[in-house]
Design a protein around this ligand. Structure first.
Ligand code: PMP
Length: 461
């Protein structure tokens, strides 16, 4: 077989891809018929594809390239670490310097007494760890019947059996016999779609109180933990009403339920603080981390765990671990990523400069005839497309038809913006400049105009 390189014609790369590569969350037939976009290189916030198109990546890959593409420092650290110690494990009473240094740095950055790190290769694996860890915690405390984990509908916590079970995505549960036992889902704090005539605040409180109802119905003595993303990401960037998290915290405290904040998207500056828990005022016992931890340059995730949980589980052998727990190259890359985020003041810049700038520009999209709401927290944004701004009505027909049309117009205009149903979402690299934010919003506006014209032509509006 010939060498497969960036210089091959796109059609040949697409044909080979269709023949041999199974894509996540994709329909293989559709991919084969349409052909995939082949990304060949990237720098800053810009991707280049095999046709030479330069595309503004308003999703930072999959919400992960917080530092932007093309940082040589990370490549240099990876090469150095591979030469020095490419691999060693952290099982059986051994460790290595990158794992130590990264854990110490994470303990410094994480709030309160979140002082301990269990490493994983991804966010999904970390949530598997969390599920076993909280159950082990209660078993160690003589309460093995405290097993149920309460989560929310439309949450995303990963694709492994535990991750997808903790998540609340019905299409995922329908494949593979999920959720696994002892996971319970309550309703989400999605005011725009489910709030009816209530005020945001009233609705936020009501949805949080579903946790208390579930605890009382299922039995306080059966509940191990509650898990939630500070802001739901894959569910459509659902920014909860201000009343929601304080009430969840009150309920977790009252019933002594462990609180797990899934920071896989919200962590490492996305909301203008190091962690989304700080933005939302939550005090979790465990935080799930991945993605922005290494800005996606190396696969690494983990759980940052509080003193008390570690004291309890530390008394037993926790029969759990991954070959790549604390992988030295990934840990060294993550540490360098954190150094740059900190030294360049990138998180502060999101909070004080680029976040407020994006907010002003993005929220102005509410003037567009198709947009029912446009919201931003830090550098995550969402817009809801609607045929009726007053009633917040969804489009007739299948959810996602109009969102997909808009996504395709974005792509055609060199902007990666994702759609979740008929909602458009963004999560650009945290290094995005104000000028790049202007370009992002211009391209998004163009895609909205084109979508509006198309759906009127097609009789969808
Ligand atoms: N939790 C959240 C909140 C996520 O958004 C994701 C990934 N999108 C995960 C967990 C799973 O992470 P991974 O894909 O690294 O397994």
């Amino acid at each position: 077989m010939n060498m497969i390189t960036n210089h091959m014609p796109t059609a040949e790369l697409q044909a080979l891809d269709a023949a041999h590569h199974i894509h996540p969350f994709s329909t293989q037939d559709e991919i084969a018929n349409k052909g995939v976009r082949v990304i060949t290189r990237a720098s800053g916030v810009t991707l280049t594809d095999s046709e030479g198109c330069e595309i503004l990546d308003a999703m930072a890959g999959l919400w992960c390239v917080n530092l932007g593409y093309g940082r040589d420092e990370l490549a240099d650290v990876a090469a150095r670490q591979m030469r020095e110690l490419p691999y060693y494990n952290t099982f059986f009473q051994t460790t290595h310097v990158p794992a130590i240094a990264l854990a110490a740095k994470l303990a410094e950055l994480a709030p309160g007494d979140l002082n301990h790190v269990f490493y994983a290769g991804s966010g999904s694996e970390a949530n598997d760890t969390n599920m076993r860890m909280v159950r082990t915690y209660w078993a160690q405390k003589g309460k093995p019947e405290k097993k149920i984990i309460i989560s929310r509908k439309n949450a995303y916590h990963g694709s492994t059996m535990a991750g997808a079970s903790l998540g609340g995505m019905t299409p995922m549960h329908e494949q593979g016999g999920l959720p696994i036992p002892d996971v319970h889902h309550i309703d989400q704090p999605h005011w725009y779609e489910e709030g009816g005539d209530m005020s945001r605040e009233e609705f936020g409180l009501q949805r949080a109180q579903e946790l208390e109802k579930a605890i009382l119905e299922l039995g306080e003595d059966k509940i191990a933990a509650f898990i939630g993303e500070p802001i739901q990401g894959a569910g459509g960037v659902v920014i909860p009403p201000s009343t929601y998290w304080p009430e969840i915290q009150r309920i977790c405290d009252k019933y002594e339920i462990l609180l797990i904040a899934d920071e896989v998207i919200c962590g490492f500056g996305r909301t203008g603080n190091w962690f989304g828990s700080q933005t939302m005022g939550i005090k979790p016992h465990i935080m799930t981390i991945a993605k922005g931890l290494s800005s996606g340059y190396a696969p690494i995730g983990g759980s940052i765990v509080c003193d008390e949980v570690v004291e309890v589980i530390g008394a037993c052998e926790f029969n759990h671990g991954y070959t790549y727990s604390g992988h030295p190259v990934a840990a060294a890359v993550a540490l360098e990523n954190l150094r740059i985020l900190e030294e360049e003041g990138i998180v502060d810049k999101v909070r004080e400069e680029t976040g407020p700038y994006l907010k002003e520009k993005w929220e102005a999209l509410e003037d567009h005839p198709l947009v029912g709401e446009a919201r931003v927290e830090g550098l995550m944004g969402t817009i809801a497309l609607t045929p009726n701004k007053e009633t917040r009505a969804p489009f007739a027909g299948d959810s996602g038809t109009v969102g997909y049309i808009c996504r395709e117009f974005c792509f055609a205009n060199n902007l990666v913006m994702r759609h979740v149903g008929d909602r458009m979402i963004i999560s650009p690299p945290l290094v995005i400049s104000k000028a790049e934010i202007d370009t992002l919003v211009e391209r998004a506006t163009m895609a909205l105009d084109l979508t509006f014209a198309r759906i009127k032509e097609d009789g969808l509006y």
